[in-house]
Design a protein around this ligand. Structure first.
Ligand code: ARG
Length: 462
């Protein structure tokens, strides 16, 4: 026995869909997350239809009241979703019909699910941009707190994960503040571009009804209506921009997460992660694993995966709407959920982690990290070309290495054996403290510069 045909569009159908057809076609299991946006869009549309004299005020009132009832059923958990009704748009409209009867049938005048879904989804992604923005700000505040607490603490700076030059803890924390701030501006920029209303583009060509798209755009908080009905229904750039901003942000979090994994290891001991953000091992009683950091390190996989997936869905699609585009939502929902979760977990870890000042300082002095300072001293005091100074310093590093000591532990005579001109004054630049103090170029790691940046960020994030 076949099922009866669809109540919303089944006019020309004698039989209902195969069960598997229904399974592949339905999006209600995931697009129910856009219920609030769908109802908002419908309320704006109905009010506009009445204002334009396309439906009566009493029908518009019935629709408005009915939609509120539907929303409260959805939010209260009593709403019965139906797979046969495919998606959130038809589920809401069908329930509205049960509640208010005939006027419900007038809501879809001068509208299509194509502009409806484009509108709902833009509203949803726009909300996410706002949520991500505030989560990013909270994480930046946490990093700023860490930067302030250890603005002048010396730690090793790395290139190739090899000790390079001493830097300050505050400087390292602020590096992430910069990255996250660029992430915020990417989301804000994407939000600006997506903030145009596709509602009223109808199926693809616009409508013959005398609608007011500016009214619905304003009602929904959009800056203006979109200008081309074909583009309005076919476009998913806004979702792709969200996913690419999310991917870059997740990449930043992944890099920091990796540092936390390294820093919290027994070999580094730069930070102690709080118990709240660590897990134990079921067999090794001594273990404290940085699982949250590891998971954040991994989340870029699915978030960038979503970006690739949607880009691949969209490539080659002819204008305008194709059902392929229904594959947009799960990718964006999953990416948004996981980005928000990562941001919250990272914030928790940053707020509670305990940097180990002595270990940072100790590691900073390893690996001849002040060799560049020595070379710079030879340039400054002896007028040597930098290339020659680099060579002399290399010889001194080799000497220290063969003696198993650090650069400041070489005697003046040993230094002089490599270069006659070296004087006692060289020892002033060989400590890690002197090294970071000297790096006062704009944007440099010196505590003076770091404290200026901390002050700037505190002002900016106030
Ligand atoms: N569930 C659909 C989607 O998510 C809604 C739009 C369907 N429009 C259509 N003409 N079949 O894309």
């Amino acid at each position: 026995m076949t099922k009866s045909s669809n109540a919303m569009w089944g006019g020309r159908f004698a039989a209902g869909p195969d069960a598997i057809m229904e399974a592949i076609n339905a999006s209600i299991d995931f697009d129910k997350r856009m219920a609030r946006q769908d109802i908002e869009g419908s309320r704006a549309h109905a009010a506009m239809l009445a204002a334009q004299g396309i439906i009566s005020d009493s029908d518009a009132n019935a629709i408005r009241e009915g939609l509120l009832t539907v929303l409260s059923e959805i939010e209260g958990g009593s709403f019965q979703y139906s797979k046969a009704l495919e998606d959130i748009h038809m589920n809401v409209e069908a329930r509205l019909k049960e509640i208010i009867g005939e006027p419900a049938g007038r809501l879809h005048t001068a509208r299509s699910r194509n502009d409806q879904v484009a509108t709902d989804f833009r509203l949803w992604v726009r909300d996410q941009c706002d949520a991500v923005d505030s989560a990013l700000e909270t994480l930046m505040q946490a990093l700023l707190g860490q930067a302030e607490a250890g603005a002048d603490w010396v730690m090793p700076g790395f290139t190739h994960l090899q000790t390079a030059q001493p830097v300050t803890w505050g400087h390292h924390m602020l590096a992430y503040v910069e990255m996250l701030n660029r992430d915020r501006s990417r989301f804000a920029d994407a939000r600006k571009r997506m903030n145009e209303s596709p509602l009223g583009a109808a199926a693809l060509a616009g409508t013959g009804f005398n609608i007011d798209r500016h009214m619905t755009a304003a009602e929904l908080g959009f800056d203006r209506p979109t200008s081309n009905s074909l583009d309005s229904t076919a476009d998913r750039d806004f979702a792709l921009e969200f996913l690419s901003a999310a991917s870059i942000c997740a990449m930043h979090l992944s890099r920091f997460a990796e540092e936390l994994v390294i820093w919290s290891s027994a070999q580094f001991r730069f930070v102690v992660m709080s118990d709240q953000w660590s897990t134990g091992s079921s067999i090794m009683p001594q273990k404290k694993n940085p699982d949250a950091a590891e998971l954040i390190r991994a989340k870029i996989g699915r978030i960038f995966g979503a970006n690739v997936a949607l880009m691949t869905v969209m490539k080659g699609l002819p204008l305008t709407y194709s059902k392929d585009m229904q594959e947009d939502k799960e990718q964006v929902f999953d990416a948004a959920d996981n980005l928000m979760l990562s941001l919250a977990a990272m914030t928790g870890m940053v707020e509670t982690m305990m940097p180990q000042r002595d270990n940072l300082r100790g590691a900073a002095a390893n690996g001849f990290s002040t060799a560049t300072d020595l070379a710079d001293w030879l340039v400054r005091e002896l007028g040597m070309p930098f290339r020659d100074a680099h060579h002399v310093t290399g010889a001194l590093v080799a000497m220290a290495e063969s003696k198993g000591c650090d650069l400041p532990d070489l005697s003046l005579d040993e230094m002089k054996s490599v270069n006659e001109g070296i004087t006692e004054g060289v020892f002033d630049v060989l400590t890690v403290e002197a090294s970071v103090m000297s790096r006062q170029s704009y944007g440099g790691t010196s505590p003076i510069r770091v404290n200026e940046q901390i002050a700037r960020w505190k002002e900016e994030l106030k």
